[in-house]
Write a protein that binds this ligand. Sequence first.
Ligand SMILES: Cc1cc2nc3c(=O)[nH]c(=O)nc-3n(C[C@H](O)[C@H](O)[C@H](O)COP(=O)(O)OP(=O)(O)OC[C@H]3O[C@@H](n4cnc5c(N)ncnc54)[C@H](O)[C@@H]3O)c2cc1C
Length: 419
Amino acid sequence: MTRPGGGTVTAPADTLFPPSRAEALRRLRGFVPHAGQAYAADRNHDAGPSLRENVSMVSPYIRHRVITEREVVATTLQHHSPDAAEKFIQEVFWRTYWKGWLQMRPQVWDSYLEELAAERSRLATENALSNSVNRAESGLTGIGGFDDWARELVQTGYLHNHARMWFASIWVFTLRLPWTLGADFFLRHLLDADPASNTLGWRWVAGIQTPGKTYRATPDNIARFTSGRYRPVGLAETAEPIRQETPPKPTPLKAPAQPPAAGPALLLLHGDDLRGDELIPPGTEIRAVAVAAAGHPDTPWPFGERARDFVNNLVADAVERLKREGQPAVARMQALSAEALRLQCQQAGVRTVITPEAPVGPIAEGLRRVTDVLSTEGIGVIQLRRTWDHLAWPHATHGFFRFRRRIPELLRQNGLIRS
Ligand SMILES: Cc1cc2nc3c(=O)[nH]c(=O)nc-3n(C[C@H](O)[C@H](O)[C@H](O)COP(=O)(O)OP(=O)(O)OC[C@H]3O[C@@H](n4cnc5c(N)ncnc54)[C@H](O)[C@@H]3O)c2cc1C
């Protein structure tokens, strides 16, 4: 399978990841024949940016729900038995698991942001730290592999999962840099930048997600899975958890909102869910659609410019698609704006906004603000939880290995396999 721009590290992100649902579907369908035993055997290999046939590279699209997890798994199961595609399906469920885990412990995202702010203040005053971080981010450490991954991330907005693990491990245990600054470097450059997968992935490497467990990158493992391209010297030979911390206990999930009574509504789509399709309750007449590219202007935005441009283009694509599908009064918003929504509701004669539920992160925060303002105007904003999340999130109470035992049941409940 060839991918546009796949032949060079310097392929810009919009060449490597054309921002459209059509491209997401094309890529998914192109990859799915490889999602069986071949994926299970080869997925951990990072043979270089031009050789990525062993992984799907669909995460930037799933992250913004241009395609949904359900669509990815359903398409996979058209080609493979659940057993043959077990590994690939499990990986898709890792995303769901991390989301559910964070949803039940939202304070972990808040404390990441607080710790990051403190480390950023140190950067402003501590030259040695700031020089080390600059060298690491610019790929100037001299550590084989690490420097290329730093450049690849900045140039393409994507890294292979194993490279993310090696990079994070070297950042934390060899360079001994604060994990939050590394997580922030990822969030500022990844097109799939995601509060749950990124924060919890970094915490897992650093030993604060699973007590007593860290991830140590070794020269042998890197050489083996990079086809011998790298065998870095001088890597940390031990990896103790950066601190002893027991992860917080889960708090029960907020009950999902009830769909509105039959009647007219405005559909609001946003960067955490640009699909919206299956969420429209029966009897709801969509009179207008708004698609927001970013969060609320008063809420800190932790992602980078490349992800912003990517989402902006995905929003433009969604707007065109919705118009083609005959949706009425489709409008694009640069950011979540109570005022713009109020006007659009007024023009459409509706007092209800329905929107996909935003998981922990800046869009959820922005939706809270917009909801508060609109409620004073008599307009209700209802965040609807997808069935996929509703069924899976409550199981993210412990580790992934307990969660994954639920996968067959979740596939049945989602109507993807028979009993
Ligand atoms: C330190 C670190 C940071 C990460 N940050 C992010 C992030 O910000 N955003 C993000 O989407 N993923 C993140 N991941 C997870 C993973 O690396 C990417 O989802 C994956 O590399 C995407 O590439 P792919 O689509 O080719 O994956 P494939 O191997 O083809 O996997 C298929 C799908 O499964 C899901 N998936 C696979 N591995 C993981 C995983 N470890 N965790 C969660 N979901 C997974 C993704 O949706 C992916 O698209 C991070 C992992 C680590 C170790």
